[in-house]
Design a protein. Structure first.
Ligand SMILES: N[C@@H](CCC(=O)N[C@@H](CS)C(=O)NCC(=O)O)C(=O)O
Length: 112
């Protein structure tokens, strides 16, 4: 549920269809935490939905309703709120985010 089929690289080096999580981010243009979160997501090379709540009270209310928080950014993975930039950064640092994205982080060196 809440996943999209996408063509992605598999860890074996071939190509395979895999389910990637649906990522959404509510943000404000002037907020540095929002910019850092957007940059982190962009660096992953994944597609994600951006929701600009800078001057949009309706969408901001939706964000608060869904997340229970008033600060931006608010990030959702498969409809589940994970929090803001600090939370995304921690998830990424732990390797769990890449795992959810199906990214190979092993960096196995090539045999000589
Ligand atoms: N720890 C949060 C900090 C986010 C934050 O402080 N955002 C500011 C704007 S840059 C904000 O929304 N402040 C208003 C509030 O906290 O309600 C994160 O990493 O996302």
């Amino acid at each position: 549920m809440n996943t999209v089929k996408t063509f992605t690289r598999s860890s074996s080096g071939g190509n395979a269809f895999a389910s990637t999580p649906r990522i959404e981010i509510y943000f404000k243009t002037w907020c540095p935490y929002s910019r850092w979160a957007l940059a982190l997501l962009s660096d992953k090379g994944i597609s994600f939905k951006t929701i600009d709540v800078t001057d949009n009270r309706v969408l901001e209310a939706e964000m608060i309703d869904r997340s229970g928080r008033t600060s931006v950014p608010q990030i959702f993975i498969d409809n589940e709120g994970i929090g803001g930039y600090d939370d995304l950064k921690a998830l990424d640092a732990s390797g769990a985010f890449d795992q959810q994205l199906g990214v190979d982080t092993e960096n196995t060196p090539l045999a000589a």
